[in-house]
Design a protein around this ligand. Sequence first.
Ligand code: DER
Length: 235
Amino acid sequence: HGIEESKRAAAVQAVKENFPPDPHFVGIGSGTTIVYVVEAIKALEQDVSRVGFVPTGSQSRQLILDAGLKAVQFDSIPEKAVLDICFDGADEVDEDLNCIKGGGACLFQEKLVAMRSKKFICVADHRKLQSRLLTSWPSIPIEVAPIAARQVLVRLRELGSPSPHLREGHIPKAGPLKTDQDFFIIDAPFPRLLTSSDLKSTSASTPRHDDGVSNNGADNDSRSEGRGKDGIWEV
Ligand code: DER
């Protein structure tokens, strides 16, 4: 099969095996594979005209509207309501179904929708499956508020990323790409996935100054609150 046929086959099977008989809200992810998921939903026998399809960004919303389906923005869902299911793609998946997401710079809304869904169906062709993450997708995308970007870059370097960097827009626009939330995307390459002990060990280190010099720990009392000498907060 060519790649497009593999994506379509994965999408058709995912919808056939998982689309609920009478859902109220269904999450629709971002990227190119999800196009085949919407196509498969449209091809279902059942009537989906009353289903609220919740987008994960402007591309996803356009896809829902172009398919003639009802789009319901995340903040319009009734307060106590949850989504019956959410379909989305991924950049890389391991055998435990851990995913790297964010290649399409929609990960904030994707996460919002996935976390509010009873079930998350990841639709990915064979290229995405690796024995461990960071094999074919070299970095971890992070969506960050512009004002926090510099501090997050510092922290990522402390966590061992050799070259975390802001993702540039691929359209003629000087400066970093902006997401649907008007946030930046940092891509942080890592040689291997961090473990919780990696995170514990670095966060236990003494707070660092901007110039990277560790303080002498003199302000132990403030460190207990996680705030370094010069106010840098350990995350
Ligand atoms: O950004 C994401 O996480 C998307 O789901 C996306 O990367 C998947 O893209 P694809 O279906 O075009 O490979």
